[in-house]
Design a protein around this ligand. Structure first.
Ligand code: SF4
Length: 492
């Protein structure tokens, strides 16, 4: 059997980093981890090819080579998945698809030949069994969340690794919290299911033996969903693994803000080689935090928690949301103040949206406040709901936030606040790679001469070089990220 695995094109989003990727000569910031995991679950005697439309073109000949096209999609891929379905129909090839988008809205993808919903560990084997018997059904789904301790090692070897800025890996699925707008708990449950430490290290070894070095993004819904297991099992093993290999990887992950309450956990993560963490802050408005059930962010000074993380050695990026029922026009300036004060350089601000299947979607459907389809791009300035404050005011306030925080003045000021708070971890990250050196030289030209905020760049350059020399690489990296954020905010 010949299988073509296709990762559909992702539109320009906050996460795409497209303008910044040019500095490091990479084509994409994200690998199709789900498809690579599915590839590892297919019979070993099948021929597999992978095309990631974000790094290479998809030709008709590729599709015609295959017996089946396998794909996966998140909400943001709606348009590209529909184009792919049309193309497969025209070329008379069957398409099999799974992932969050089709799991949440199977009725909108009736043209797909076989829908493999929920988690593939359960539904894919059922499909494969039927397929081999010649009686594959239209749809496979389950209400059960599988254990992931037997999930096979993803087929990273199918990638052209040099095209990517980072490799993704997964340790756990699910999150014990229950934020009203979040689809994670509905898709992956509230029980945090983990891989074993040995299994995770086996995956790391595979990446290491493929000669990958540098950034590794642990794509868990909430990496600290099971703190006990992390401290007892995974992190001690990961610390040893990283030390023995002189820290070949810089880990990034997503975690809830209560990470800042656990000194031991932070220390262990830094010891293991963590570099950066994305936290869901959402809002400084306590009424809105209550409204969306973001309990872990209540009863704390958010900016102090961020500073704790930064001073431990984490580069903190964060998500923010405006448009809660309890927001009024003061929220826009409050968000700007919080972002500036806490030195969160990479701040993803979006309008509140209600993904299908979330508790928020159910509540607003009952209130007749769902007005359009969710795009899945949380910084495109759209929302699928009717905000209490009115859409015009919300959009104007939103644009005000983005134009402020991504103006060169505010952006570079935030980098300075961050550098002040940040402690460079002792053991790691002292090596500067050739690619990073190249990026530095490119930044001279682009940010130092062509960029309208070049004076801010040079100021940062000299301040970080002389005042914070160990923080110089991270300062220039953040300056380069800014090119992408300034570009996407201009397009709004
Ligand atoms: S903490 Fe994050 S992953 Fe967990 S439910 Fe809230 S938004 Fe979702």
């Amino acid at each position: 059997m010949k299988i073509l695995l296709i990762n559909p094109k992702t539109p320009e989003t906050f996460w795409s980093f497209s303008a910044s990727l040019k500095f490091v000569s990479k084509k994409s910031s994200e690998i199709p981890l789900g498809l690579l995991t599915v590839a590892a679950m297919l019979p070993q005697n099948w021929s597999l090819r992978l095309i990631d439309e974000n790094v290479s073109p998809l030709n008709d000949e590729d599709i015609l080579w295959s017996d089946f096209v396998f794909s996966t999609a998140m909400s943001v891929h709606r348009h590209s998945l529909n184009k792919l379905i049309d193309r497969c129909k025209r070329l008379k090839r069957k398409i099999v698809a799974g992932g969050p988008l089709v799991t949440l809205e199977p009725e909108n993808f009736a043209a797909i030949d076989h829908l493999i919903l929920n988690e593939a560990e359960i539904t894919l084997p059922l499909f494969l069994e039927d397929l081999l018997k010649g009686k594959a059904k239209k749809q496979y789904k389950t209400d059960t969340f599988p254990g992931i301790h037997e999930t096979p090692v993803p087929r990273w070897d199918l990638l052209k690794m040099k095209d990517y800025a980072t490799m993704n890996i997964q340790y756990s699925r699910g999150c014990p919290n229950d934020c009203e707008f979040c689809s994670v708990t509905m898709l992956n449950g509230r029980h945090c299911r983990t891989k074993t430490a040995d299994q995770f290290l086996k995956e790391l070894n595979f990446l290491y033996n493929l000669n990958w070095r540098g950034h590794v993004f642990i794509v868990d819904d909430n990496f600290i969903g099971n703190k006990h297991k992390l401290k007892q099992e995974l992190l001690p093993a990961l610390i040893q693994w990283s030390k023995a290999r002189k820290y070949p990887f810089r880990f990034t992950t997503e975690a809830s803000l209560d990470l800042a309450d656990d000194e031991l956990l932070m220390d262990m993560m830094i010891d293991a080689g963590f570099y950066s963490v994305f936290v869901g802050i959402e809002t400084p408005n306590k009424l809105s935090l209550n409204e969306c059930n973001k309990k872990q962010n209540l009863n704390r000074d958010i900016s102090d928690s961020v500073k704790i993380l930064q001073s431990k050695g984490f580069v903190v990026s964060a998500g923010f949301i405006v448009g809660f029922d309890n927001d009024n026009e003061e929220i826009f300036d409050d968000q700007i103040k919080l972002i500036q004060k806490s030195g969160i350089v990479t701040a993803m601000v979006g309008l509140l949206n209600a993904p299908v299947g979330t508790r928020l979607y159910q509540r607003l459907s009952q209130e007749n406040r769902i007005v359009r389809q969710f795009t899945g791009d949380n910084v495109d300035g759209t929302t699928n709901l009717k905000p209490i404050m009115g859409l015009t005011l919300l959009k104007a306030g939103y644009e005000h936030i983005l134009s402020s925080i991504y103006s060169p003045k505010e952006y570079y000021q935030r980098i300075r606040v961050f550098l002040n708070n940040y402690t460079v971890p002792n053991k790691v990250f002292q090596r500067v790679s050739f690619t990073e050196l190249k990026a530095l030289f490119k930044s001279f030209w682009f940010l130092g001469f062509k960029f309208k905020g070049r004076l801010y760049y040079w100021r940062l350059f000299f301040i970080s070089l002389f005042k914070y020399p160990r923080k110089f690489p991270v300062a220039i990296t953040l300056a380069i990220y800014g090119v992408h954020f300034q570009k996407i905010t201009q397009n709004l």
